[in-house]
Ligand binder design. Structure first.
Ligand code: ADP
Ligand code: MG
Length: 264
C-alpha cells in the first residue's frame, strides 16, 4: 500500500463559461488551479482558506460530486475513476464525507437507526443481526445514548446531529474521512467536544482526515499539516506547528494576523 491515502496532481476546476440557455454566456469561475497535494496515511491534513477559495470544490471532487476539468486523483493507491468503477461499495468503504449542514444532510423522514441501516448493509455488508450490534457500537463510538437510534434528526441539537453524521460515515468502515467545515456551525464548547471525538476516532480506527475549515483556531487544534488555499491555489503547505510559528507566504501571514489564536 502506498503511503498516501490521497494523491492529487494539477487539479483544475472551472465552472460555467459555456453558452447557456437562450444563448447567454455564463461567467467562467476558476475554482481550483493546478492543486497538487497528498493526504498521508494516518494524518490530519487541514485545508484552510477564506470563503470562496475552493475548499468545498476540492472536497466535492474528491468524493465524486463534481468532475474535475483536468488533473489526476489517486485514492488508496489507485485512480479515483478506477475505484469508482468498482462500484459504490468499493468507493464508500474507502472514502466518506461529512459536511457542515449536517441536519440537512440527514434524511428528515428517517430515524437514526434507519439512516445507519443503509451504509451498514450496502457498504459494510453486515447482515441484520450484526447491524443491530454495529449500531450500538457506533452510538458508543460517538458518545451518544442508544435510544437516540429511535430519534429523528430534527429532534437533535447541532452537536448531536454532527455526531450522527460522523456515525453514518463510520458505518461504512472507511479509511479516509473528508470533513468539510464539520464544526463550523457549532457553538465553541460543542466544537471542542466534536474535535476531541474526531481525534479519538482517528487514533482508534487508524483513519486519515482531510479536514476543511476557514477557522484557524480549529485547524490549530487538530491538524498535523496545513494547506493554505487562496483563490483556488495552495499557496503554502507545511507542518502545522511550523506554519503557525513561521508562516512564509504573505497570504498565510495575513490570515494568521487577522485570526484569534488559541494557546498551543
Ligand atoms: P469554499 O468552500 O472555499 O468557500 P467553494 O469551493 O465553495 O469555496 O467555491 C469556490 C468558487 O467556486 C467560488 O467562487 C464559488 O462561487 C464557485 N463555485 C462553487 N461551486 C460552484 C458551482 N456549482 N457553480 C458555479 N460556481 C461555483
Ligand atoms: Mg465551503
Amino acid at each position: 500500500m502506498s503511503d498516501n491515502a490521497i494523491r492529487v496532481r494539477d487539479l483544475t476546476k472551472t465552472f460555467g463559461g459555456k453558452t447557456q440557455l437562450f444563448g447567454r454566456a455564463s461567467h467562467e469561475v476558476r475554482a481550483l488551479t493546478k492543486v497538487s497535494v497528498d493526504l498521508k496515511q494516518g494524518e490530519t491534513l487541514a485545508v484552510v482558506g477564506e470563503s470562496g477559495s475552493g475548499k468545498s470544490t476540492l472536497a466535492r471532487i474528491l468524493v465524486g460530486l463534481e468532475t474535475p476539468t483536468s488533473g489526476t486523483i489517486e485514492i488508496a493507491g489507485q485512480s479515483a475513476d478506477d475505484l469508482r468503477k468498482q462500484g459504490p461499495k468499493a468507493f464508500g468503504r474507502t472514502v466518506q464525507y461529512v459536511f457542515q449542514e449536517t441536519v440537512a444532510s440527514l434524511n428528515p423522514r428517517k430515524t437514526i437507526a434507519q439512516i445507519l441501516e443503509t451504509p451498514l448493509s450496502l457498504l459494510a455488508g453486515h447482515a441484520a443481526p450484526e447491524r443491530k450490534s454495529r449500531m450500538r457500537e457506533l452510538m458508543q463510538a460517538v458518545d451518544m445514548p442508544e435510544d437516540a437510534l429511535d430519534r429523528y434528526p430534527h429532534e437533535m441539537s447541532g452537536g448531536q446531529a454532527q455526531r450522527m453524521a460522523i456515525a453514518r460515515a463510520l458505518a461504512a468502515e472507511p479509511d479516509i474521512l473528508i470533513l468539510d467545515e464539520p464544526v463550523s456551525a457549532l457553538d465553541v464548547s460543542v466544537q471542542a467536544q466534536v474535535l476531541l471525538l474526531l481525534q479519538r476516532l482517528k487514533d482508534e480506527l487508524g483513519l486519515s482526515y482531510l479536514f476543511i475549515s476557514h477557522d484557524l483556531a480549529v485547524v490549530e487544534a487538530i491538524a498535523d499539516r496545513v494547506a493554505v488555499m487562496h483563490f483556488g491555489e495552495i499557496v503554502e503547505l507545511e507542518e502545522a506547528g511550523r506554519l503557525f510559528r513561521e508562516p512564509v507566504h504573505p497570504y498565510t501571514q495575513k490570515l494568521l494576523q487577522s485570526a484569534p489564536r488559541i494557546a498551543r
